[in-house]
Design a binder for this molecule. Structure first.
Ligand SMILES: O=C(O)[C@@H](CO)OP(=O)(O)O
Length: 248
C-alpha cells in the first residue's frame, strides 16, 4: 500500500478578501501561515515523514509547504515546483469579489463558474495586464499552454500529465510524497483518483491547510482517504469554502 498527502495552501490574502484568485500570486495571511505550521505539527504527531514534495509555482502553496516542512524540521526536503499544479485559472473573474459577483450574476451562475466541470469563467483578453504571457515563471512554456481561463476539465488535462509522468512513477518507486497545491488543482486530482462524476464534483470543496491522506493500492487506486486533525473544524472549514460564492 502507498500513502500520499495532499494539502491545499493555508488561507491567502485573497481568500480573506473573498476574491477569485486563480493564477494571481498572492501570499498567505497570518492565519494561513499558522494553518501551514499546524499542518506540520499534525503530520509530525501522526508519524508522517516525506522524502519528496511537489508544489505549484504560486507562493501561497510554496510558502505553505515551507512552513509545514519547517515545523517538521524537514527543510531539506527536495521540492519540485510544477506549474501544472497551479490553481485553476479564473479568467476575467480574477480579482473580483465572489459575493459581489454572486449579487450581480446570481448564486447559480457563480456556482457554475466555481464548481462545474466544463463551463469556464469568461476569459481574460490577451492584452489584459492580468494575463501570464510575460511572467518569467512561464517563459519556457509554449504560449498555447498559458490559459486565459480554465474550467475544471482544462485543469484536469494539465494536472493529469504531471501525475502520470512524474508523481505516479515516484510513488511507485517508493517515494513518500507530499503535494502542496490549490483547491481546484486538488479537485482535479481527486476527481481522477476517486473516479468522481462530472455532476458530483460540483459538491467537492477542499479546506485550507488540512492534510488529506490518500492510501493507494498497487495500481494507485484509492483504498481510503481521510483528513488528519480536528474533524469538526475541518467540516466547518469545508462548508465555509462552499459558501464563499453566495451573495450576502
Ligand atoms: O479563487 C480561487 O482561485 C479558488 C481558490 O481559492 O476559489 P474557489 O474556491 O472559489 O474556486
Amino acid at each position: 500500500m502507498y500513502k500520499i498527502v495532499l494539502m491545499r495552501h493555508g488561507e491567502s490574502t485573497w481568500n480573506l478578501d473573498n476574491r477569485f484568485t486563480g493564477w494571481t500570486d498572492v501570499d498567505l495571511t497570518a492565519k494561513g501561515a499558522a494553518e501551514a505550521k499546524n499542518a506540520g505539527k499534525v503530520l509530525k504527531d501522526a508519524g508522517f515523514t516525506f522524502d519528496l514534495a511537489y508544489t505549484s509555482v504560486l507562493k501561497r502553496a510554496i510558502r505553505t509547504l515551507w512552513l509545514t516542512m519547517d515545523e517538521m524540521d524537514m527543510m531539506w526536503l527536495p521540492v519540485i515546483n510544477d506549474w501544472r499544479l497551479n490553481e485553476r485559472h479564473y479568467g476575467a473573474l480574477q480579482g473580483l469579489d465572489k459575493g459581489e459577483t454572486a449579487a450581480k450574476y446570481g448564486d447559480e451562475q457563480v456556482l457554475v463558474w466555481r464548481r462545474s466541470y466544463d463551463t469556464p469563467p469568461p476569459p481574460l483578453e490577451e492584452n489584459d495586464e492580468r494575463a501570464s504571457f510575460n511572467d518569467p515563471r512561464y517563459a519556457r512554456l509554449p504560449k498555447s499552454a498559458i490559459p486565459l481561463t480554465e474550467c475544471l476539465k482544462d485543469t484536469v488535462e494539465r494536472v493529469m500529465p504531471a501525475w502520470d509522468e512524474d508523481i505516479a512513477p515516484a510513488i511507485r518507486a517508493g517515494r513518500q510524497i507530499l503535494i502542496s497545491a490549490h483547491g481546484n488543482s486538488l479537485r482535479a486530482l481527486i476527481k481522477m483518483l476517486d473516479g468522481i462524476s462530472d455532476a458530483d464534483i460540483v459538491g467537492l470543496n477542499i479546506p485550507n491547510g488540512q492534510p488529506l491522506v490518500y492510501e493507494l493500492d498497487a495500481d494507485l487506486k484509492p483504498i481510503r482517504h481521510y483528513y488528519l486533525g480536528d474533524q469538526v473544524a475541518i467540516a466547518a472549514a469545508t462548508a465555509a469554502v462552499a459558501a464563499q460564492g453566495k451573495a450576502r
